[in-house]
Design a protein around this ligand. Structure first.
Ligand SMILES: [Zn+2]
Length: 58
């Protein structure tokens, strides 16, 4: 699943997913999902992995 929010790597605030979730609500492996922090405006691109519980922050 693609989380709606993640923890900001810069300020530990709440970062919200930008844009639309996939139509079938299942992220494709290798898909890049952007998040934007509501507190500091830091943008993070999360690459979806095949394992649901594993994400890589860039
Ligand atoms: Zn932040």
């Amino acid at each position: 699943m693609t989380p709606d929010t993640i923890t900001c790597t810069e300020c530990s605030g709440t970062a919200h997913r930008v844009g639309y979730p996939p139509p079938d609500d299942e992220p494709t492996a290798g898909e890049v999902v952007p998040y934007l922090c509501e507190d500091c405006g830091h943008r993070m691109d999360v690459v979806m992995d095949e394992a649901d519980d594993e994400e890589h922050l860039t």
